[in-house]
Design a protein around this ligand. Structure first.
Ligand code: NAD
Ligand code: TDX
Length: 351
């Protein structure tokens, strides 16, 4: 089975590629990634020469390139490629609309064109399973919760930031291609991921690496916003199940039963690292800051038997340890040197 993974040099995509090469000997992976600031080929160090892996640097908005890749015989897509940081979308929404919305539309159009003869899929069952298109969406499309309740797949979409609005647009476009054109699309909406190789602009790696450097830890507002943390490995396993057994046209919520306030997370990190709470700095709140996310994952548990395996305490301790052990990785990210890895491998400069 030939799998196109877009955005595979980012945090979740690179973890997913490592995971699927390990668990599925029948799968070959094509990684299409533009290598924006968030794309880092060092996340895939050791995978480059894997016989079932290849990398193409390019943009999901480039229809000619995407068509060329599909003509290699793509059977399935997992679309991770996106601008993913809420704060950046507040500064400038343009790349978010371009990649997250138009890029997804290009992928859907090319999939339609190239898979036309293979539609409708015979499914369920492995023989008639493919092709299939998995759109990696987010719980942020549902907007903000009050102190009670959890998001189900039926919750209304009410995105707050330009990031989540662009992800909601892509999510709905993907579902519309299923409804209108019969394209076998599955949408996943997961909660906040954490784990190895996460770019240190996001809460957990930023706080760990700042604490390791005895730098201040910026907490937005009162620090009481709640996120529902999901270990990236649990997310990868959920995506694998969806890819091989999920029902086309459906949405699956993925959440780790890991609700914590930001302050709880930051304090736990400081404790694990033996650093003082005096490093915490309360800074201005994020505009439009969602108060609480919480996922009800009972559909994916019921239909596909998925359950998170990591508790937040154990997963966070392992993640802190990973950043402690892999200091050169994040120091090169923070200094910008990670871009030279691509130059060393492919001769072209990213700077
Ligand atoms: P990331 O920012 O770490 O990685 C994104 C990757 O996409 C990078 O490698 C980047 O180079 C690539 N990319 C960006 N624009 C591209 C383009 N036009 N063409 C090709 N490649 C492009 O993101 P992540 O945290 O790994 O998130 C992956 C996906 O999961 C995203 O779609 C995101 O919206 C979604 N998601 C993430 C989380 C989370 O907690 N990180 C939670 C829910 C959903
Ligand atoms: O310096 C910080 N201080 C702080 O208090 C940062 C970077 C964040 N925060 C807060 C804001 C949020 O309440 O921590 C929480 C988590 O922030 P982020 O790591 O930026 O994640 P979030 O905005 O929740 O979005 C993430 O989860 C859903 C991902 O970045 C998205 O791609 C995904 O869709």
């Amino acid at each position: 089975m030939k799998l196109l993974v877009t955005g595979g040099a980012g945090f979740i995509g690179s973890n997913f590629i490592r995971y699927i090469l390990r668990t599925r000997p029948g799968v070959s992976v094509i990684n299409l990634d533009k290598l924006t600031y968030a794309g880092n080929l060092e996340n895939l160090a050791g995978v480059e020469n894997h016989p079932r892996y290849s990398f193409t640097r390019g943009d999901i908005c480039d229809r000619r390139l995407v068509s060329e890749i599909f003509s290699r015989g793509v059977d399935a897509v997992v679309n991770f490629a996106a601008e993913s940081h809420v704060d950046r979308s507040i500064m400038d929404a343009s790349p978010f609309v371009e990649t997250n919305v138009r890029g997804t539309q290009v992928l859907l159009d090319v999939a339609m064109e190239c898979w036309r003869e293979r539609l409708p899929v015979q499914g369920p069952g492995p023989a008639g399973r493919f092709p299939v298109f998995v759109q990696v969406s987010t719980d942020e499309v549902y907007g903000s919760l009050g102190p009670e309740g959890r998001f189900t797949e039926e919750s209304p979409l009410k995105p707050s930031s330009p990031y989540s609005a662009s992800k909601a647009a892509a999510d709905l476009l993907a579902l519309a291609y299923h409804r209108t054109h019969g394209l076998p699309v599955i949408v996943t909406r997961c909660s906040n991921n954490y784990g190895p190789y996460q770019f240190p602009e996001k809460l957990i790696p930023l706080m760990i690496t700042n604490a390791l450097e005895d730098q201040p830890l910026p907490v937005y507002g009162d620090g009481l916003n709640v996120r529902d943390w999901l270990h990236v490995e649990d997310h990868c396993r959920a995506l694998e199940l969806v890819l091989f057994r999920g029902r086309p046209g459906e949405v699956y919520n993925i959440g780790g039963h890991g609700e914590r306030t930001n302050l709880e997370v930051v304090r736990a990190i400081l404790k694990l690292l033996g650093r003082p709470e005096s490093l915490i700095r309360y800074v201005n709140d994020r505009p439009g800051h969602d108060r609480r996310y919480a996922i009800d994952p009972s559909k994916i548990t019921r239909e596909l038997g998925w359950r998170p395996r990591h508790t937040f305490e154990e997963g966070l301790a392992a993640t802190v340890e990973w950043y402690r052990q892999n200091r050169p990785w994040w120091e090169r990210v923070k200094s910008g040197e990670y871009k030279d890895y691509y130059t060393k491998m492919y001769g072209e400069s990213l700077r």
